[in-house]
Design a protein around this ligand. Sequence first.
Ligand SMILES: Nc1ncnc2c1ncn2[C@@H]1O[C@H](COP(=O)(O)OP(=O)(O)O)[C@@H](O)[C@H]1O
Ligand SMILES: [Mg+2]
Length: 255
Amino acid sequence: MSRFRSRSDQAEPDVLGEDVLVVVDRAVDPYLVVFHDPSSFRAEQFRALRNQLIAMNPDGESKTLIVASAVKGEGKTVTAINLALAFAELERHPICLVDADLREPSVEEYLNLNPAPGLSDVLLDRVPLRSAVRDSGIRNLSVLGAGTRLGAPSEVLSVPRIEGLFGSLKERFRYVIIDTPPVLPATDASVLAARADGTLFAVRLEYSAKSHTKEAIRTVQDLGANVLGVFVTEVRGSDPDHDPRLSYRMRTHED
Ligand SMILES: Nc1ncnc2c1ncn2[C@@H]1O[C@H](COP(=O)(O)OP(=O)(O)O)[C@@H](O)[C@H]1O
Ligand SMILES: [Mg+2]
């Protein structure tokens, strides 16, 4: 099974240069723009990111994709959900969003789903995968929540278990998007990224230290992750939805 094709053979992505895939601009809360404001410029940026990922997967094979960042609060979860929603808009693209942040899970909360047995329970063989993967209520989008809280999450994330899980999810879903805890404080994200087909890094401008992002990227690459690029969140500046240079929304004949 091949991974995503990288756009460059550079050993280390240029954090704020060529390898920036897309800029996810500052949005007013709530940030799940693909859901709340699907015709906005911000939602369109997630579709652009989705399209770039599709272009890196010319054979259309099922892929696992990690959304990572150096530290917490960089917008990983919001980006993972928006990206999953953008993929789910496509016909015949069943998508699974996995909350692998077993330390501070938040996918269910963002999606207003009640907590239920999920990833930790599957990894511990407490429930079968097919019953833990739930319908999100959104077409094409299924969710595997984090599951029962564990004392030592890294202990359940063994390589054979992760490989088994990724293999089973790829049989059923076209893209498996995996939200993770931050790379620097724990090994979970690196272990997951090492087995996944691609890893995207969130960098929150004016908040993240560039040195932390670089260190985190090196950490996951050293374990074998295929880092595809970074995406930038919370870019300050004019509101893109009211910037005439960026607006080309569909006009109706009444306009
Ligand atoms: N593009 C964005 N611009 C500004 N704030 C954002 C953006 N994406 C997310 N946020 C906000 O940042 C906070 C952390 O986002 P979250 O996705 O939970 O981060 P992480 O998963 O990396 O810890 C949330 O309060 C969220 O509303
Ligand atoms: Mg998160």
